[in-house]
Design a protein around this ligand. Structure first.
Ligand SMILES: C[S@@+](CC[C@H](N)C(=O)[O-])C[C@H]1O[C@@H](n2cnc3c(N)ncnc32)[C@H](O)[C@@H]1O
Length: 298
């Protein structure tokens, strides 16, 4: 999800802060989706590498999670419009610093990934990617930022290439707080409306993104599987959780006040009350993962 961010920029710190919670959420979803098994029909011929495209890759959280699940030899093309984030990749993979145009090599138990980083504005240049060469196109925490027209462009490329898709961590609009506060619902609604503003792709789909993707892909004969990948943030689990909860509260309050300035004072009071309990309160932030398989193997 994209809580505390300005409209198009995501800080490396924010992506790092959320990664452990993303990982836990993705692990829970993967128990139901079984991406390693489900993607078996897409698996390249023996001796050939997986070819994967990661859209809006940030600092690489998606690859760090997915590469061990795919296993074997892999070639990744990872794209983002933010070069600063792409430059963080070597450090985040535990590699020596490398120029942006140098391929990276990252391996672990049962997998070996060659990685090419490409700066690219996906709003303008989605169609320039090597869709037909890919076995899998993936993204995490992207889908809720995009518009209906951009989603249709995405689906047109996927369907044309008959490529499998794994899109994780898209918001579903839920924020369940324990204990609750009288302003939770109001802030949640304002925040949801703010999420539908233009994030660089046209008016964003927000929580409607996954149902829209599912409909579009099923209409083209894809088999589409979804599973919840909720963030479970319990302030009692320690400082990391309390800090993420505080960042979430701040991001939601900023967005809600911007969405309806007339409610700014009430929202600020909500923020204060929520901050006071960050170390003891819990919140479940709803997300969904989507795995989509093309009609027939290539
Ligand atoms: C919420 S972050 C997710 C990053 C990463 N996938 C992860 O899970 O950590 C959204 C990403 O979308 C990228 N992004 C936003 N608009 C973009 C665009 N028009 N073209 C390419 N990347 C874009 C941002 O730079 C950011 O890295």
């Amino acid at each position: 999800m994209s809580e505390d961010m300005s409209e198009e920029r995501f800080s490396a710190d924010w992506l790092q802060q959320r990664e452990p919670f993303d990982t836990a959420a993705r692990n829970a979803a993967a128990e139901r989706l079984q991406p390693g098994t489900q993607l078996a029909q897409q698996r390249p011929a023996p001796g050939k590498p997986w070819r994967v495209i990661d859209l809006a890759c940030g600092t690489g959280a998606n690859l760090r999670w997915l590469a061990p699940h795919l296993g074997g030899a892999q070639q990744w093309l990872v794209v983002d419009h933010d070069e600063l984030l792409l430059q963080c990749w070597p450090e985040r993979l535990g590699l020596a610093p490398q120029a942006l145009d140098a391929p990276l090599h990252w391996s672990g138990a049962g997998f070996e990934a060659a990685i090419v980083r490409q700066p690219l504005d996906l709003a303008a240049h989605l169609e320039t990617l090597p869709w037909r060469a890919a076995h899998l196109v993936t993204a995490s925490a992207l889908l809720d930022l995009v518009s209906g027209p951009w989603l249709r462009r995405l689906v047109a490329q996927a369907v044309g290439a008959r490529v499998a898709m794994l899109f994780t961590l898209s918001v579903d609009g839920r924020h369940d707080w324990t204990p609750s506060d009288r302003l939770d619902a109001t802030v949640g609604q304002l925040f949801g409306a703010h999420q539908r503003r233009d994030k660089g792709f046209g008016p964003a789909l927000g929580a409607h993104a996954v149902p829209a993707l599912r409909r579009a892909l099923q209409g083209s004969g894809y088999r589409v599987f979804t599973a919840p990948s909720h963030w479970q943030i319990d302030g009692r689990d320690g400082e990391q959780a309390a800090r993420l909860q505080a960042a979430l509260v701040q991001g939601m309050a900023n967005a809600a006040a911007e969405q309806d300035p007339a409610q700014a004072a009430a929202v600020a009071a909500w923020q204060q009350r929520r901050h006071a309990v960050c170390a003891t309160a819990r919140v479940c932030v709803g997300h969904v993962d989507v795995l989509a398989l093309p009609p027939a193997s290539r």
